[in-house]
Design a protein around this ligand. Structure first.
Ligand SMILES: Cc1cc2nc3c(=O)[nH]c(=O)nc-3n(C[C@H](O)[C@H](O)[C@H](O)COP(=O)(O)OP(=O)(O)OC[C@H]3O[C@@H](n4cnc5c(N)ncnc54)[C@H](O)[C@@H]3O)c2cc1C
Length: 313
């Protein structure tokens, strides 16, 4: 009898259909439990290109070396650092720092900032996360917003542990503290270490990421407790030794997701554009993309804006 294939509706279904029960139990399910903060059983599959499936490479990989695959097997990085690229772009722009938008009056084309000031606009290019942009305008789309996850990034500078991986980053399917990825800045480039530690290579600079359901930020005590637990676990694994500096950053909208069949995103774009607000960038467009894509989107949006404002000849 022909076996009926389960319909693929959610990301969990997609993982099972593509990787099968064994790989799912060993890696994909526990990893996605952490990475999506439990959402993978209710969200639509997305970003299939991040986990390409090639059966012949999988079989070859069990016995031999295989060429690297995936969306980030090679990447570009500015020689002088990403911060220098951002600073050089910023030099050519007019930027007002510390101006947090809290409300957008779409009728009068006016922005209101947290510090009580305001500004008028004709057309708005918005990098606000799409859900926040809608909320600030008060515009309705008749559907609940799609879900997102927040990430706590714990940056650590430490003595290198005896079992410290040499990879650039490692996806972690199981951890007591709840983190799902550890990346090693100093394995990418030695300039991510203090100058006096570069030759001996006995230090390591790392980031540790843990996902939370959107907006469920732990309080300060919860955050401190998590950091201590994560550090102890990494020390226990022998990845790091004594910690010299640790700093946690909360990223409110870190990964954006969609419910199966949701039209919220398209409806949100439409209603915002009808009010001269153009969402640009990863969180505004509610997509997964890297820094280079957002830089490109910003440059394209800027150039469209400039050519629109040029006086006609
Ligand atoms: C944990 C994590 C790891 C990542 N790792 C990588 C990586 O290794 N490589 C890679 O290429 N990409 C990585 N990314 C993705 C990368 O960070 C994003 O793609 C990129 O930063 C998106 O740029 P953006 O300009 O679209 O949005 P953002 O960088 O979020 O820019 C939005 C801007 O809007 C501003 N803003 C937001 N709200 C307000 C407000 N109310 N008022 C005023 N201003 C506001 C913000 O301050 C910010 O400057 C990672 C993302 C996360 C969350």
């Amino acid at each position: 009898a022909q076996q009926t294939r389960k319909e693929v509706v959610t990301m969990a279904d997609w993982l099972r259909a593509n990787f099968g029960p064994t790989l799912c139990e060993l890696f994909f399910e526990p990893f996605h439990e952490l990475y999506t903060a439990g959402l993978f059983r209710e969200i639509a599959p997305q970003d299939a290109y991040k986990t390409p499936v090639n059966l012949s490479l999988v079989i070859r990989g069990a016995f031999d070396d295989v060429p690297p695959v995936g969306y980030n097997a090679t990447f570009v990085y500015p020689e002088k650092g990403l911060n220098v690229l951002a600073q050089r772009m910023a030099k050519r722009c007019q930027i007002q720092y510390g101006k947090r938008v809290v409300k957008i009056d779409v009728e009068n084309h006016e922005l209101f900032f947290e510090d009580g000031t305001g500004a008028r606009y004709e057309t708005l290019i918005s990098t606000l996360p799409l859900n926040q942009a809608l909320e600030m305008t008060g515009l309705e789309v008749g559907e609940p917003a799609d879900p997102y996850t927040s990430v706590l990034v714990l940056n650590i500078g430490a003595k290198r542990g005896p079992k410290c991986p040499s990879e650039h980053w490692v996806y972690v399917p199981r951890s007591k503290a709840g983190f799902h990825r550890v990346g090693f800045y100093s394995n990418v480039d030695v300039s991510f270490l203090p100058k006096n530690a570069r030759e001996r290579n006995d230090r390591v600079s790392i980031y540790v990421e843990r996902a939370y359901p959107g907006g469920q930020r732990p309080n300060d005590t919860g955050m401190d407790e998590y950091c201590q637990t994560a550090i102890a676990e990494l020390q226990n694994w022998g990845w790091i030794g004594e910690v010299e500096v640790a700093d946690a950053t909360w990223i409110e909208a870190a990964y954006t997701w969609s419910k199966p069949g949701s039209r919220w995103r398209q409806k949100a774009f439409k209603v915002l554009e009808e009010h001269d607000i153009y969402p640009v960038g990863r969180y505004a467009r509610w997509v997964f993309q890297g820094i280079a894509d957002s830089v490109r989107d910003g440059l394209l949006a800027g150039s469209a804006f400039i050519s629109n404002n040029k006086p006609e000849k």
